[in-house]
Design a protein around this ligand. Structure first.
Ligand code: SD4
Length: 323
């Protein structure tokens, strides 16, 4: 039985004859309980161990929110990853600064930006959501807040990252030649659907390698790097955050799914908008990942090379996304 709201939305859609939306109209198949199996999906190959941790939470009946937090924390704590948490490449002055956001099925959200010396920025983002009336804390004051809630300081600059920064600095004394190459853009964005059919998402990164100090990307910006609407679906982004912010990428994708786009078609439309704005930049990388309320998933990226990890029905696999 459709709700009054969805009936009205569909009627308006047909009455208006919205060609674009109806061309993509996609009716998700719901299981007997109103949703399909629980699942977790996340960007890049480090999504595999992250999904594993998140799925353990979902399997024991935990919430999607707890799952995404536990999942991304695996990558935040991994010093090998040079684009998330400890081991992340620093800014142009050699400081590792982190951006993170989290959003739950009630539309509650929290974020931190330009946060230093904190092993798990996602925990601070969640605390902003749950323990303050605010959505985002930034910089030194975000670190003060982390201290107040008992999160100790951690040095995040590993010897490997320091060496990479020194090598970069030797060739870029005036912070000029920033690269948008795919190699320094590897945020983890994770979306989960739990056994109750609720959605949540998390996104965490050290951002653009050797960025201008103070730069904040899309990952902590709700609607850009992450968005969740429990009636519709969820989306997250990786890649050049400036371009994601300009089109409100994740919010756009969720709104397109609301109009009937499949997750993949919604991601593709977002990518096409970015491509249209950047006709002369074939190297620009942005990738989107989305799931809808019935657990269907999809991705799309501006160029080849994007992969994501999907854990569903006992199988945790890496998928090459379309571009
Ligand atoms: C940013 N989108 O800061 C983030 C980081 C990234 O893959 O590079 N993601 O722009």
């Amino acid at each position: 039985m459709p709700s009054r709201r969805s009936f009205i939305e569909k009627s308006i859609l047909s009455a208006a004859g919205l060609v674009t939306a109806s061309r993509h109209l996609h009716l998700p198949s719901f299981g007997p309980t109103g949703h399909t199996d629980h699942l977790v999906i996340s960007t890049w190959d480090f999504g595999i161990p992250a999904n594993k941790s998140a799925m353990e939470v979902l399997e024991r009946g935990g919430s999607a929110l707890d799952a995404v937090e536990a999942g991304v924390m695996v990558v935040e704590a991994d010093p090998i990853s040079t684009s998330v948490g400890i081991g992340g490449f620093p800014d142009a002055e050699g400081d590792v600064t982190l951006d993170a956001s989290i959003m739950n099925h009630e539309g509650q959200c929290g974020a931190v930006a330009c946060l230093q010396k904190t092993l798990h920025p996602i925990q601070v983002a969640r605390a902003v959501m749950e323990r303050t009336p605010h959505v985002m804390l930034v910089g030194e004051k975000a670190r003060d807040f982390a201290q107040q809630i008992g999160i100790p300081k951690t040095n995040l600059l590993t010897p490997n990252a320091k060496q990479a920064w020194k090598a970069w600095k030797a060739n870029n004394p005036k912070w000029r030649a920033f690269s948008t190459d795919i190699s320094n853009h590897d945020t983890i964005g994770m979306l989960a659907l739990d056994k109750l059919g609720n959605l949540s998402g998390a996104c965490t990164t050290s951002g653009w390698a050797f960025k201008i100090p103070g730069r904040v990307g899309d990952s902590p910006i709700i609607g850009a790097g992450l968005y969740v609407d429990n009636e519709v679906g969820a989306a997250t982004a990786t890649g050049t955050g400036e371009e994601v912010i300009k089109i409100c990428g994740s919010f756009l994708i969720v709104e397109l799914m609301r109009q009937g786009f499949s997750p993949e078609d919604a991601c593709k439309e977002a990518v096409q908008r970015i491509k249209k704005r950047n006709p002369n930049n074939p190297e620009l990388f942005v990738g989107f990942l989305a799931i809808n309320k019935s657990g269907e998933h999809g991705s799309f990226s501006t160029k080849t090379g994007f992969e994501y990890a999907l854990f569903k029905k006992g199988e945790n696999k890496l998928i090459s996304g379309p571009f």
